[in-house]
Design a protein around this ligand. Structure first.
Ligand code: CP3
Length: 345
């Protein structure tokens, strides 16, 4: 089963008119929610992801409470990295850590083949359970990390500011770089297709850190691999292509694929949409830090973005990146209500 095709979120992805601007949030579930923190006090992060009942519960927690127009699967972009045997761990408060990062061409050759049904079947089971709970009412968004962002974690071994290992590897080991990204793209394509088959109505590709690249480097080292992921997905399923710090890369990201392009708050939505062309939908783009401000400021921030979108069909409201852990839940709820209220037509 899938959600009804006339759900406002799905209509907006297809650039069809909607009665109000649909909203969902990146990091819709997570540490800003007391319900999530209660579950996390008892389970490790990877453990939560691997228990379909628990992961489905976390996926659904914010849906009713916030009144969003789509659910986003609870998982992590790094789950497909685990079966590669590089020693993935989530350390409390510090995020992901990879014990044996990819630093040489031989490390790429050594990576084992991944059968997604076998290694990541637990994610597909979560999708099936969420879909069953949602019925045909609300769309479910599946997701995966994009080849560049996943490669950067594999090579750096964790978060990075300058991505120096990644950028060195890209040029010093050109052939191994392309082999690595092609491997990731193939696994990612199978993984997203599996989520769609299990009941996801749309998928988002997170290229969160690609904004660190120069446009020419994106074109040479990334675009063909990201394009392969999008090109391999079933036609007609909305796809969101997201990154941060991407102002200079957006036209190339559009070329790589996605029916919706994600914008962060560093760009102005109206002029950026015009520059990209109105033949593609856009998602965004409130600075998540605005949710720490007073309700009047949240209202003003949301209103400014809706004004930029100008009521044009094909705008999905979102933050420019994920909800910060420090955010009061009432502020998140207030944002969603105010977007619905101000955009109602
Ligand atoms: O958006 C959602 O609500 C769906 C769930 C989701 C998570 N991670 C849950 C999560 C999604 C879409 C992600 C994607 C993800 N994970 C990205 C891309 C999006 C982005 O933020 O740019 C990246 C880079 C990661 C890698 C990752 N996972 C980091 C850097 C961290 C630690 C830092 C942090 O912000 O928490 C995680 C852990 C993680 N993934 C948590 C959650 C709810 C927190 C884990 C905890 O409970 O401690």
């Amino acid at each position: 089963m899938h959600a009804r095709p006339d759900a406002p979120f799905l209509r907006a992805c297809r650039r069809e008119p909607t009665p109000f601007t649909p909203v969902w949030l990146m990091r819709q579930a997570g540490r800003y929610m007391p319900e999530y923190r209660a579950l996390r006090a008892r389970h490790g992060f990877l453990e939560l992801c691997k228990q379909p009942e628990a992961a489905a519960e976390v996926t659904l927690q914010p849906v009713e409470r916030l009144g969003v127009d789509a659910a986003i699967l609870f998982a992590d972009i790094l789950l497909p990295v685990e079966p590669l045997g590089v020693g993935l761990e989530f350390t409390r408060g510090e995020g992901p850590h990879i014990a044996r990062p990819v630093r040489a061409a031989a490390d790429v050759t050594r990576l084992p083949a991944v059968d997604v049904a076998d290694a990541l079947g637990y994610v597909f089971e979560t999708v099936r359970q969420v879909r069953k709970a949602l019925g045909d009412r609300l769309p479910l968004i599946g997701f995966a990390g994009a080849p560049f962002t996943l490669a950067s974690y594999l090579i750096e071994g964790g978060a990075s500011r300058d991505f120096l290992h990644t950028k060195r590897f890209m040029r010093a080991e050109r052939a191994a770089w392309h082999a690595l990204l092609a491997r990731i793209a193939a696994v990612t394509g199978d993984y997203l297709a599996g989520q769609i088959a299990a009941g996801a109505d749309a998928v988002q590709l997170f290229d969160s850190w690609v904004g660190t690249l120069a446009p020419d480097d994106y074109r040479e080292f990334v675009l063909p691999h990201t394009r392969a992921v999008f090109a391999g997905l079933p036609a007609g399923v909305p796809t969101i292509h997201f990154g941060t710090g991407t102002a200079a890369l957006l036209p190339l990201m559009k070329e790589a694929g996605g029916t919706v392009i994600g914008l962060d708050w560093r760009v102005e939505l109206g002029s950026t949409w015009a520059r990209l062309g109105h033949d593609v939908a856009v998602q965004g783009n409130l600075d998540p830090a605005v949710l720490l401000a007073a309700p009047a400021d949240i209202r003003a921030g949301a209103g400014a973005i809706l004004a930029q979108a100008g009521g044009r069909a094909g705008h999905v409201f979102n933050l420019g990146h994920g909800v910060h852990a420090e955010t009061p839940v009432e502020h998140v709820r207030a944002l969603i209500d105010v977007v619905h209220e101000m955009s109602a037509r």
